[in-house]
Design a protein around this ligand. Structure first.
Ligand code: HEC
Ligand code: HEC
Length: 306
């Protein structure tokens, strides 16, 4: 009897799993008029603002190197996710993907074959990247020299089952605020293009979703694998309330904050320092507008020597 009961359960689990793999395809986004999305803008986003190489580069030590993927992320909920090969190799990368399919993966979290991407890939935030910017990113990726590197995924049973409750983000068309040193544009850049909010906002709950009521509040107990604690960037005395705009720019330009702390390279300041001053000012101006949150984040580990 008992045996029969177990096999029924197993069957039910399989039925659930196959059902969970059949989420419908999200409609492909339409390219912006004039098929703009120039690859120069795409390179600026990928290399300087979002620093996608922090996850997708072949070598952790060379985030500006080839984006041929392979880096591993472990989490019991997800299993082992490996950063994909973003170069246009036909067999192992994005060679046969259309720009629209790349944009859908980026913003909706859905692979070309319909499968949900592990949420390590930050589509939660990139969902609101504008059509122009997202197509520019796709165009840049397609312009890279192809690198052959087969990357496989090893999802856990929990992630396979979890897909019953998790789905891709809905389709939408997004227009970015005008590019200027304004808080509005800084909000767009720091949350939906750069991954500032992705790292600097605490997460909670079983699904480890970002707690957007504590936007930029810093993280004292970050996920495993974070070698440093993302700082509080809200305008609170435990955050950056006392910094001037020049302090903010200087910190990103030099990797040394106003207290003389050398920033851990996990904070991608070497990439972000190539952003324009106007873009950095926009982010600083936005950070002044988020609710101040008292959260004294301890530095971990002690700052490495320069
Ligand atoms: C925190 C790490 C991380 C960051 C940052 C990140 N990605 Fe990813 N990305 C991943 C992982 C892991 C996967 C594979 C997930 C899976 O297959 O389930 C992935 C998958 C993708 C895919 C799907 C490709 C495929 O073959 O399925 C694309 C496209 C992509 N990323 C583009 C980008 C771009 C562009 C950026 C920067 C704007 C970026 N990613 C930033 C971790 C990251
Ligand atoms: C991959 C995760 C990650 C991303 C992405 C990221 N940060 Fe950070 N950031 C950190 C960590 C971790 C620290 C703390 C470094 C340390 O303790 O040495 C930090 C520190 C900082 C500091 C210094 C704060 C202080 O009190 O010294 C500033 C300013 C900052 N980040 C701004 C940004 C901005 C702006 C962006 C987006 C353009 C960004 N960060 C993106 C992880 C990240």
């Amino acid at each position: 009897m008992r045996h029969k009961y177990t096999s029924t359960l197993v069957l039910a689990a399989f039925a659930l799993m196959s059902w969970s793999c059949s989420h419908g395809q999200i409609p492909l986004p339409a390219p912006p008029p004039g098929a703009s999305g120039d690859s120069v803008r795409g390179e600026y986003i990928v290399r300087n603002v979002a620093a996608c190489g922090g996850c997708h580069a072949a070598s952790e030590r060379d985030p500006d190197g080839p984006l041929s993927g392979g880096r591993e992320f472990h989490d019991w909920r997800i299993g082992t996710a490996r950063a994909s090969n973003l170069t246009p190799d036909n067999e192992t990368g994005l060679g046969t993907w259309s720009e629209a399919e790349i944009v859908r993966a980026l913003r909706n979290g859905q692979r070309r074959d319909g499968r949900l991407l592990a949420p390590v890939m930050p589509y939660e935030w990139l969902h609101e990247m504008s059509d122009d910017d997202a197509f520019a990113v796709a165009r840049y990726l397609k312009s890279l020299p192809p690198v052959r590197n087969q990357v496989t995924q090893s999802p856990s049973i929990w992630f396979k089952l979890g897909k019953l409750f998790l789905g891709p983000k809905p389709a939408q068309s997004v227009t970015a605020p005008a590019r200027a040193a304004t808080a509005e544009y800084g909000g767009y850049l720091s949350q939906h293009v750069g991954l500032c909010a992705e790292c600097h906002t605490p997460r909670g709950g079983i699904r480890s979703t970002p707690d957007k009521s504590r936007l930029f509040a810093g993280v004292s107990n970050p996920p495993k694998g974070f070698p440093a604690n993302p700082s509080n960037l809200t305008p609170d005395p435990t955050g950056i309330a006392k910094w001037s705009e020049d302090d903010f720019l200087k910190t990103i330009h030099t990797g040394v904050d106003p207290s003389g702390n050398h920033l851990h390279p996990f904070m991608p300041w070497k990439e972000n320092q190539r952003m324009t001053d106007d873009d950095l000012r926009a982010i600083d101006r936005f950070l002044r507008t988020v609710p101040p949150i008292h959260n004294d984040v301890p530095r971990k580990p002690a700052a490495p020597a320069p």
